[in-house]
Design a protein around this ligand. Structure first.
Ligand SMILES: [Fe+2]
Length: 343
């Protein structure tokens, strides 16, 4: 198991790099834009392939590295389904699993610090974002924060984990690196309350100044999506209504880039070929299954929201699959257009 805790001393952010082995797939949690070169160097040194970049929530104190990592590694960007960030190519919800090769994290929805805050549990450890910090908790006074929701997330979800679960938060400002659920239960001053009301009163009286970066970071973090307009201008995008007319045509192949869990949860466009996004480089290379398919058919890539498919169509065009295009807005747009789905 490869596990690295990386620190950005400007924002006090912890970033976590996880992989099951050298040479294998990796995921990164809460990357900071200014540190992207450092992450990529480490990923290269450990011979890893970055497959997913995850933010626990929309950050107000630093600009996310998600967009830069996507641009430089073509990784999948992940956040919770409530998020307002446009960068996200895969959205998770409570009960889902976040996986790369040999690594699986359980997804917990833990709102309160923000309404898009998630925690991720992997065996003996939990990545708690800014929901639960070491001897503290994330502030609840902006970004749709809610102290009662946070009380529920902490007391009814995080503190229900085994006491020896290691706690790895998204921030620390005092130099602490790790704690346990049991330690926080006993010694975290914010958790020594008898009710949600008492906790809310405590949180509502903190009177904290806004983060220095907030006015820059929040709007920036909401707009790190791919330049979808440029892809459309090149004629590589198709809206859901136009794509609907192509279902069942023998000269068209819908290519589903999503994972099995997403397919099972949301359904599949009838007649699609499953080609998971992480395998795309091999599938689109000469001799790959998509190259062969493209000899007789027009490829229409799709995913959940159109972000992975936008990257796929760029790769396909680069590989000279010139008739390929992608479904703008993904399955989300397809559903809104009442497109048929198989389960
Ligand atoms: Fe935060």
């Amino acid at each position: 198991m490869i596990f690295r805790q990386l620190f950005d001393n400007v924002s006090g952010t912890y970033t976590y790099l996880l992989a099951s082995r050298r040479g294998g797939e990796a995921l990164i949690i809460d990357p900071v834009l200014e540190k992207v070169d450092r992450y990529l160097q480490l990923i290269h040194e450990l011979d890893l392939k970055l497959v997913k970049a995850v933010d626990t929530h929309l950050h107000a104190d630093h600009i996310t590295g998600l967009g830069a990592l996507r641009d430089r590694t073509h990784c999948i960007t992940v956040m919770g389904e409530q998020t307002k960030a446009d960068v996200v190519s895969m959205r998770l919800a409570e009960g889902d699993r976040l996986t790369v090769e040999g690594v699986s994290l359980d997804v917990l929805y833990t709102p309160g610090h923000t309404d898009d805050s998630y925690s991720y549990v992997m065996g003996d450890r939990v990545f708690s974002g800014d929901t639960l910090l070491i001897r503290g908790t994330g502030r609840t006074d902006f970004q749709n924060g809610d102290p009662r929701a946070q009380y529920d997330s902490i007391f009814n979800k995080l503190l229900k984990l085994p006491e020896d679960t290691l706690l790895f938060p998204a921030h620390d400002y005092k130099g602490e690196t790790v704690s346990t659920i049991g330690e926080e239960k006993a010694f975290n001053p914010r958790l020594q309350v008898k009710s949600a009301e008492e906790y809310a009163a405590l949180m509502n009286n903190l009177n904290l100044p806004n983060p220095k970066m907030m006015d820059v970071a929040v709007p920036a973090n909401m707009k790190v999506g791919l330049a979808q307009g440029e892809i459309a201008r090149r004629g590589w995008a198709m809206n859901a209504e136009d794509a609907l007319a192509l279902v069942g045509r023998p000269d068209v192949a819908f290519i589903d880039l999503r994972e099995d869990t997403e397919r099972a949860k949301h359904g599949v466009i009838p007649g699609s070929v499953h080609a998971p996004y992480p395998n795309l480089p091999a599938d689109i290379a000469p001799g790959g299954k998509l190259q062969e398919l493209a000899a007789g058919k027009r490829l229409v890539f799709y995913c959940a929201f159109g972000e992975r498919s936008a990257m796929a169509v760029q790769a396909a065009q680069h590989a000279r699959v010139e008739s390929s295009c992608h479904l703008q807005g993904g399955i989300d747009a397809w559903k809104k257009a009442d497109g048929p789905l198989l389960r």
